[in-house]
Design a protein around this ligand. Structure first.
Ligand code: TYD
Ligand code: MG
Length: 463
């Protein structure tokens, strides 16, 4: 970073588009990240420009006592889509800049068009479209039967023109679709290059802060899952949201991975319908596959997404391996944990699987990264291995330790209540999570060790 400020010559610098590292000369391969052919030439802005930029961002340079600063509560602007508000930590913020990333076609433009049309009745909004023509956007709004009388649209990719419009019209909510299509005539680099994306985002962010506008940048995600114009934007903006979904299913998840105005990892759930995106209030039902009969190799876990408990079915298939190195494959769960869990299962519960292929999957395309799913994975594996179904109405959670202990999971009560609400009858949970007062309709089986838990499921599974 400091390389740039040290070099005060007119010479241009060379920036890697993959890792944003800066180099004094062009190279075929970035020494920082090892990517080939990612280094681009970039103009060094004159010092004065830098000076202006920082002065504008800082506002005042006085040194103040933190205790004396009058902090105002942020002003929230509800989007009219409760699931989006949830992911944002309670709505958009005046002067807040949001980056929303996602694969092409996942529904970003649809989501934001719905958002502006519902916000337009309260705040002046501007939708800047650089990807689609005004007609295309109008056609979509028409198809979705959205109220559009108060929605203002600008089909524009020149940054200077957009900024002029913003200064003149002073909208309070601005959508930029997408940040990669914009370009500033001050830079010679092509639209979509790191320098253009960074410059456009930085200038727009400054405007947003200056006028208290809520601004949303739509950004594309590259094949390997990083936002194009990598990481450059993530620290400029206040909130980073990812919009994800399987192309095979209609469900779309939106989650915050950074939020200066709220908690992260809050999950918003939508379904893509022919009438656009619809919020899903009870997402637990999505991630449970409905078998008419209980089948072996399946177990339900109560996991936590942000602050919301979510019931997800974990499936396992254990089958005799015909190769010397049996396969271990996991979809939606951490694969490194799978190997560890199989070792714990063998060492502490005497269940061997070294000659078996083991596949595990979280139903519905959801990704679970918390260790509280461990116990459900073990149950699903044992159930598949012994070809006996886990009893109907059983839910589990709990982290499994290397010493064979079952560790508690955060917010156990909420998980239990969600399970009870959805009609589950039994819960195998860590001893430390056992509720003090019984939960109606839910039998609690509190376990401390893996062997205890496995013994329970082997005995139950037989019935
Ligand atoms: P879009 O919002 O254009 O995606 P993005 O901006 O993220 O690239 O969404 C495009 C997809 O959404 C397209 O494949 C069709 C689907 N879709 C529906 O299923 N129903 C709808 O009502 C709309 C508008 C789109
Ligand atoms: Mg789009």
């Amino acid at each position: 970073m400091s390389q740039r400020s040290l070099k005060r010559k007119e010479r241009n610098i060379f920036v890697c588009t993959a890792c944003d590292a800066q180099h004094p000369r062009w190279e075929g391969r970035c020494p920082q990240c090892g990517e080939w052919n990612t280094i681009e030439e970039q103009e060094v802005l004159p010092d004065e420009a830098d000076g202006h930029r920082f002065a504008a961002l800082a506002g005042t340079s006085e040194v103040q006592n933190l205790a004396q600063i009058q902090a105002q509560e942020v002003q929230r602007r509800l989007t009219g889509l409760p699931e989006l508000d949830r992911a944002l930590g309670g709505g958009m913020v005046a002067g807040g800049v949001i980056l929303i990333g996602g694969d092409p076609g996942v529904g970003k433009s649809t989501l934001l068009l719905q958002t502006v049309s519902s916000m337009a009745s309260q705040w002046p909004v501007l939708y800047v479209t650089g990807e689609e023509s005004a007609q295309q956007v109008a056609l979509r709004a028409q198809r979705l039967a959205l109220p559009t009388e108060q929605v203002h649209l600008q089909a524009e990719i020149r940054l200077e023109h957009i900024i002029a419009t913003l200064k003149e019209r002073r909208p309070e909510v601005v959508i930029i679709d997408s940040i990669q299509t914009l370009y500033s005539s001050q830079l010679s680099a092509a639209p979509g290059s790191v320098s253009q994306v960074r410059e456009c985002a930085a200038q727009l962010t400054r405007i947003a802060k200056q006028y208290g506008m809520t601004m949303v940048f739509i950004g594309h995600v590259t094949k390997d899952g990083a936002l194009a114009g990598p990481r450059v934007l993530e620290h400029i903006v206040d909130t980073v949201l990812y919009f994800e979904g399987d192309t095979h299913s209609s469900f779309r998840l939106i989650r915050a991975i950074k939020n200066r105005f709220g908690a992260i990892n809050e999950l918003g759930v939508f379904a893509m319908t022919d009438k656009g995106l619809r919020g899903v209030n009870n997402p637990s039902a999505l991630f449970l596959s409905r078998h008419a009969e209980q089948v072996p190799g399946s177990c339900v876990v109560a996991t936590l997404e942000g602050t919301r408990p979510l019931l997800v079915e974990i499936q396992a298939l254990v089958d005799t391996a015909h190769v010397p190195n049996p396969r271990r494959l996991s979809v939606g769960l951490e694969s490194s944990r799978l190997a560890m869990l199989l070792a714990v299962l063998h060492r502490h519960a005497g269940v061997a699987s070294f000659d078996q292929d083991v596949f595990i999957n979280a139903v519905g395309g959801v990704r679970i990264s918390e260790p509280a799913a461990d116990l459900a994975v073990l149950f699903a594996i044992v159930s598949s291995l012994t070809d006996r179904a886990v009893p109907r109405g059983l839910m589990v959670f709990g982290e499994v330790g290397l010493a064979g202990e079952i560790r508690p999971a955060p917010r156990g009560q909420e998980r239990l209540r969600e399970a009870a609400k959805l009609g589950f009858k039994q819960a195998v949970i860590p001893r430390a999570n056992a509720p003090k007062t019984p939960i109606e309709g839910l039998e609690i089986i509190a376990v401390q060790r893996v062997d205890q838990a496995i013994a329970f499921i082997r005995e139950q599974g037989s019935r």
